[in-house]
Design a protein around this ligand. Structure first.
Ligand SMILES: Cc1ncc(COP(=O)(O)O)c(C=O)c1O
Length: 401
């Protein structure tokens, strides 16, 4: 199985006629067809987690498909507003909300927030009171399972995302006149590929969350289940089925008795619609291994180094040559710049290009582009069957001072 369709291969071949440096290409036509059925239902309200890919054209496509927007910084907010999206369609999540950031969000018209700490609740209330505004607030909960009980997530590692049930119980919701507490948010899993597992995980959350809302004294109108829907990164990985997920979500909605179920999708929304294309620089034999050195590495696609999960890749040129196992390395002076072990044709040469797939989410903007001062990758889109360059490749002189 190939993650690279014939049509995409042809588009990429066309771009490489003129492009010499690494680049991304996103298929917005494919993306829109994938997104439309996601929003054509009444079970779950969908927000796009902008962190997955904040490219203007990607945001515009999510907008066309009827998504609203989850932003985690002033930069993401500015980028969403710059695409003509109204701030009434923006939700703010994230563990670091300074007073300055909250003031800025309020000045831009954002009124819906996920609070991740008691301090955030205080700051939201204080700032809203100062500006005589009222805000809708969801509290982000981080669950742990009692010892001896099966933890559906495996571990119990502490994260900065939200607070435990016990910590939220200290909140007196009557002390915050500017805040309407309407819901709870929970999201502590990632890249899940099994609907039954997700359904089991979500259903374990219902009872503690409903109990918490009752204890705090507000009606649980909204349950936000975050993201975490996965995409395959390996040919043997399973794929989620949206209608099955919707059935599971409808059951959770009924069990929690909420008016609205929300999710903020990143990876599942956009991950499958991007490729990263990288020229080969050289190859060498070293201690019995074939090493392939490519022009861009974790400066453009960091994810393999932080998750130990590679993006699938293949040679752009179709070759019938036998394959060998290659270790792929980027250009940085760290052993972390390793893009995995892949079987590739053994007739590769230094005019060839490698194509990484499933790079539409957590690609360029999750990376470390400045280290070693290589160029930033160009970003292309395919829209209405036409290829356009949205940002050309940029040399270090554009950002070094
Ligand atoms: C609060 C929040 N919601 C949603 C997402 C998107 O997650 P995913 O890409 O798994 O859909 C993230 C990702 O980090 C997040 O932090």
């Amino acid at each position: 199985m190939s993650f690279l369709s014939t049509a995409h291969r042809q588009v990429i071949e066309q771009i490489t006629q003129t492009e010499q440096a690494p680049f991304f290409v996103y298929d917005l036509d494919g993306l829109l067809s994938h997104l439309k059925p996601l929003t054509e239902q009444s079970v779950v309200k969908l927000w796009y987690a902008v962190k997955a890919n904040p490219l203007s054209k990607v945001i515009q496509t999510l907008d066309k498909a009827g998504f609203d927007f989850d932003v985690a910084s002033a930069g993401e907010l500015e980028q969403v507003l710059a695409q003509g999206v109204s701030s009434s369609r923006v939700l703010n999540t994230g563990p670091a909300k300074s007073k300055r950031q909250i003031q800025y969000f309020l000045s831009q018209g954002v009124r819906t927030f996920v609070a991740e700490s008691l301090n955030q609740v205080n700051l939201l209330n204080l700032t809203a009171c100062e500006q005589e505004l009222e805000l809708q607030v969801l509290l982000r909960v981080q669950l742990r399972w009692p010892e001896g009980e099966k933890n559906p997530l495996g571990g119990d590692s502490l994260t900065p995302f939200g607070l435990g049930i016990e910590q939220w119980q200290a909140l007196d919701i009557t002390a915050f006149p500017a805040l309407h507490f309407t819901g709870l948010h929970i999201f502590q899993w990632g890249n899940m590929l099994s609907t039954p597992k997700l359904a089991a995980l979500w259903s374990q959350m219902v009872e503690p969350l409903v109990t918490l809302a009752n204890t705090l004294g507000f009606k649980l109108k909204v349950l936000d289940l975050g993201g975490g829907l996965g995409i395959p990164y390996h040919e043997y990985d399973a794929c989620l089925n949206w209608p099955h997920l919707l059935d599971a979500l409808a059951s959770i909605k009924a069990a929690a008795g909420v008016d609205e179920l929300w999710m903020e999708l990143g990876r599942y929304a956009v991950g499958e619609y991007g490729h990263y294309v990288d020229p080969i620089i050289e190859q060498k034999q070293n201690y019995g291994e074939h090493q392939l050195i490519i022009a861009g590495g974790i400066n453009h696609i960091l994810r393999p180094a932080v998750t130990s999960q590679d993006f699938p890749c293949e040679l752009l040129r179709q070759s019938a040559a036998p394959t060998s196992s290659y270790l792929l390395h980027g250009p940085l002076c760290t052993a972390l710049d390793h893009l995995g072990r892949h079987n590739l044709p053994n007739d590769m040469h230094d005019n060839d290009w490698i194509v990484f797939s499933q790079c539409g989410a957590y690609g360029f903007t999750e990376s470390m582009p400045f280290f070693l001062c290589h160029e930033l990758p160009a970003e292309y889109v395919i829209e209405n069957n036409t290829v356009n360059c949205i940002r050309t490749s940029q040399s270090a002189s554009t950002y070094l001072r």
